[in-house]
Design a protein. Structure first.
Length: 116
């Protein structure tokens, strides 16, 4: 059986889970996931704190708006509050021992954010 990518989007890692849980995809009338933009999905690399499904969900009050995101890389323990927007190429690094929070209403556009 051959199923095309337009009908099947594998979720192998939490990186994939973020993409399909966000506003990047919507459910069509045919009940398949449809990409909500006219370019490829962004590359997403979530660090070790996001690999377990329960840990992944605990780090998002709501999934960020990633409709205009090109790439995302997160290193360290980071949590997202509601209403966060990520655009362009975003790199977030938490080098501290404590979880850091991206607060409600934050828009990160082509930036590298480093928590020491």
């Amino acid at each position: 059986v051959h199923v095309g990518r337009h009908r099947f989007l594998p979720v192998k890692k939490s990186d994939d889970l973020l993409a399909i849980s966000s506003n990047l995809y919507s459910l069509s009338a045919e009940r398949s996931l449809v990409l909500n933009r006219n370019r490829p999905a962004p590359t997403v690399e979530l660090g070790k704190f996001f690999q377990n499904v329960d840990d992944f969900h605990a780090r998002f009050d709501d999934y960020p708006d990633i409709l205009e995101l090109d790439s995302l890389k997160i290193e360290g323990d980071v949590r997202f509050q509601k209403g966060v927007i990520l655009k362009g190429n975003v790199h977030i690094v938490n080098r501290s021992e404590r979880q850091q929070t991206i607060t409600t209403g934050t828009c990160i556009n082509n930036e590298e954010i480093i928590f020491e």
